[in-house]
Ligand binder design. Structure first.
Ligand SMILES: NC(=O)c1ccc[n+]([C@@H]2O[C@H](COP(=O)([O-])OP(=O)(O)OC[C@H]3O[C@@H](n4cnc5c(N)ncnc54)[C@H](O)[C@@H]3O)[C@@H](O)[C@H]2O)c1
Ligand SMILES: C[N+](C)(C)CC=O
Length: 487
């Protein structure tokens, strides 16, 4: 039974309720987890509040905190294979992808561990005679952290590492359907020596545990990664005590291919942009935009290659794409494609469930390419979050940029061209938090990640990822205090 971690203890839920965790490849039960509720969330928040107010973590010298965060990275590296296999069991993604995630996760803890003791504040040139003026950074306080199911531990690491580095205490709620690697990393944080009450883990549903974290007045910051509609609810709840807010939401990301791009690379990357993790990636380049002159050749080549994508178990080395996360999500993706067809899109390949008998127990959907799409279609505007590419045509650079920006989202986008001036002109006009030139879906700890428009608020990773977990304080000192005699 996977328990919750509160005030340094592993506990069951106060109600005794549990949830079965399902393998999306074959629907087998892989674990049972405690199912927490509002009361459990309040208990964990109180523990984090107490630990913060007693300076159980922020009061430790920064270099010592850095050492503990670095040890977490080392323990993740030690248990790398176990963590990768757990992630694949829970999400269905290939173990090869999960191994890459674990490398990234250890790197994130290392990156923030190195930043811990580098900030000595700032001296301001005070305009007031006989005074000093300084700026220091302090932790925000108690942080609520809510994560999604698609990259369970990766998204958790983007929140845990900077929050700890900055000296905060926290309560994390992972997605209720993929808690396994989060439980494991809390074991590793305990082993690394994080003091009791500093990190707390509550398992359970969003509308109880997540809602309590978002609304509770003892929480100072809420950091959320997930869908737009949930993000809006959290934003409203967080207004109760005007919490600091960080939102990493969805995307519907354009991938623009100009006729002068390297053809083979652009086709290959158009597939990488979408079919990793069956398209369940916030920054998936699901909206392929191809210059009219090469459109037909490009689609033909793409379809030829997509036909050969091998579906299967994430534990089979020959598998290139695993299942979707759940029955509910599979139905959502199938409806999304059906609606696209009704709007006039043509299924060039896929558009159905696989008929391979070996895949019938899993939540599989065929890699799909929809052609004849236009920007006004819902299938182009909505985040499908599945292995589905919509293809649009454009004829000029200005049109490509205008169409790419025609979205409520602004998470990421790609441009493929050999004309570097054109690439630069396009990416500077694209209203997205990350833009790639001749590449897709890249991220690393040193560069900030986040969305323009409705894709989010704030940035994770990089220097800004640490700043999100810090308050900024100005300290002014009068070196020659004397009466002002105004009154
Ligand atoms: N921008 C990014 O970096 C990024 C990264 C990963 C995923 N995502 C987005 O996440 C979405 C997929 O994840 P999902 O389906 O798990 O999202 P979701 O919004 O359904 O759930 C995310 C988390 O929120 C919790 N939650 C649900 N209702 C809640 C409520 N009322 N109050 C508080 N918490 C609540 C869930 O239990 C879960 O832990 C996609 O839209 C994807 O684009 C974004
Ligand atoms: C942020 N990222 C790309 C790792 C996962 C998005 O779903």
């Amino acid at each position: 039974m996977k328990k919750m971690f509160m005030n340094g203890e592993w506990v069951e839920s106060s109600s005794g309720e549990t949830r079965e965790i399902i393998n999306p490849y074959n629907q087998e039960v892989i674990a049972t987890a405690a199912e927490g509720n509002e009361q459990d969330a309040r208990f964990a928040i109180a523990a984090a509040r107490e630990a913060f107010d007693q300076a159980a973590w922020a009061g430790i010298p920064a270099a010592e905190r850095g050492k503990v965060v670095r040890t977490i990275a080392e323990l993740i590296e030690r248990d790398h294979e176990e963590l990768a296999e757990l992630e694949s069991l829970d999400t269905g993604k290939t173990v090869e992808e999960s191994r890459g995630d674990m490398d990234d996760i250890a790197g994130v803890f290392r990156y923030f561990a190195e930043m811990v003791d580098k900030d000595g504040g700032e001296i301001i040139d005070s305009p007031i005679p006989h005074s000093t003026s300084r700026v220091v950074h302090e932790p925000v306080g108690v942080c609520g952290q809510i994560t999604p199911w698609n990259y369970p531990l990766l998204q958790a690491s983007w929140k845990l590492a900077p929050a700890l580095a900055a000296g905060n205490t926290l309560v994390m709620k992972p997605s209720e359907i993929t808690p396994l690697t989060s439980v494991k990393v809390f074991e590793l944080m305990e082993e690394a020596g994080v003091p009791a009450g500093v990190v707390n883990l509550v398992l359970g549903p969003g509308d109880s545990v997540g809602a309590e974290l978002s609304a509770n007045n003892d929480v100072d910051l809420i950091s959320f990664t997930g869908g737009i509609e949930t993000g809006k609810r959290i934003m409203q709840a967080a207004s109760s005590n005007v919490k600091n807010l960080a939102l990493e939401l969805g995307g519907k990301n354009p991938n623009i291919v100009f006729a002068d791009a390297d053809f083979e690379t652009a086709v290959d990357q158009a597939m990488n942009a979408v079919f990793f993790h069956a398209g369940q990636i916030c920054s998936a380049g699901t909206r392929l935009m191809v210059e009219e002159r090469i459109h037909d050749d490009f689609v033909n080549k793409l379809v030829d290659r997509v036909k050969n994508i091998k579906l299967g178990s994430g534990f089979d080395e020959s598998t290139q794409m695993g299942p979707l996360i759940s029955k509910e999500h599979l139905n959502k993706v199938a409806h999304y494609v059906e609606n696209g067809k009704k709007e006039g899109a043509t299924v060039a390949v896929g558009g159905d469930y696989p008929d391979d008998p070996e895949l019938q127990k899993g939540f599989f959907y065929l890699p799909t390419v929809l052609t004849g799409c236009t920007t006004d279609m819902r299938v182009v505007q909505d985040e499908g979050f599945g292995p589905v590419i919509t293809v649009e045509k454009f004829s000029t650079e200005a049109e490509a940029v205008r169409l790419a920006n025609d979205s409520i989202y602004g998470l990421s986008g790609g441009v493929f061209t050999n004309d570097i001036d054109k690439a630069e002109r396009c990416v500077r006009k694209m209203r997205m938090g990350t833009v790639w030139i001749n590449d897709v879906n890249l991220y690393f700890p040193h560069a900030p990640w986040g969305g323009y428009k409705q894709s989010g608020v704030g940035r994770e990773l990089g220097k800004t990822g640490l700043e999100e977990y810090q308050e900024t304080k100005h300290i002014f000192q009068n070196l020659k205090p004397e009466p002002v005699n105004w009154f």
